[in-house]
Design a protein around this ligand. Structure first.
Ligand SMILES: CCCCCCCC/C=C\CCCCCCCC(=O)N[C@@H](COP(=O)(O)O)[C@H](O)/C=C/CCCCCCCCCCCCC
Length: 172
């Protein structure tokens, strides 16, 4: 994302920050509970470490932090599927914002949605995008996306089911 330009830095900073929160749990004194998503959910719920209705004593639990990344993974899946099936003249900004409106936008306030909309306008074209991915020629990139998307989808579904089962999909 950083190679796409400065306008994306507020997005990548948020992602890096959230990954760091999870890495800190994993390397902390209770790290053994953070080895899998399943064990993290069980540990945090059993020990009342998750703010379920309002952010108060545990504003950055593993469960709520992962939920934000999980929602972003859905955006990524929708976007990459559009990219994979796009034609030469398709616009990345349209693919990106359609995927965003179908996923993450439901969870973001007005101000963030506007800022993200501005960032989308600065996205490079489809060919530059494929080059930035640095995964070979465009046919190879499309093939790679075809291989990765089912895996992204599987990971997304496993987390979605686990969170749904534990009523964690709307954590504040
Ligand atoms: C070249 C290969 C394909 C694309 C590569 C990009 C891969 C990047 C993967 C994911 C990027 C999106 C990550 C967005 C995480 C957003 C998490 C989030 O929702 N955070 C908000 C809520 O957090 P809390 O306040 O509750 O802690 C936060 O408020 C928002 C921050 C910034 C806005 C994020 C908007 C994301 C829009 C979609 C990403 C567009 C990226 C375009 C680059 C192709």
């Amino acid at each position: 994302m950083n190679s796409l330009g400065n306008v994306f830095s507020f997005i990548s900073k948020d992602v890096v920050c959230k990954i760091q929160i999870l890495e800190n749990f994993l390397s902390g004194e209770n790290g053994s509970h953070y080895v899998t998503i399943q064990s993290m959910v069980k540990y945090e719920l059993e020990n009342d470490l998750v703010d379920l209705t309002k952010r108060c004593s545990h504003p950055e639990s593993g469960c709520r932090t992962l939920l934000r990344l999980h929602r972003a993974l859905r955006w990524l899946e929708l976007f990459l599927e559009r990219l994979r099936t796009s034609s030469e003249d398709s616009k990345t900004s349209v693919m990106c914002s359609d995927a965003y409106n179908e996923s993450l936008a439901h969870h973001h306030p007005w101000l963030i949605r506007k800022a993200v909309g501005v960032a989308f306008c600065a996205l490079p074209g489809r060919n530059t995008f494929f080059d930035v991915m640095n995964a070979g020629d465009h046919t190879q990139v499309v093939a790679l996306l075809g291989e990765s998307l089912p895996l992204i989808s599987e990971v997304y579904q496993i987390t979605e089911d686990l969170y749904a089962k534990n009523n964690l999909l709307e954590l504040p």
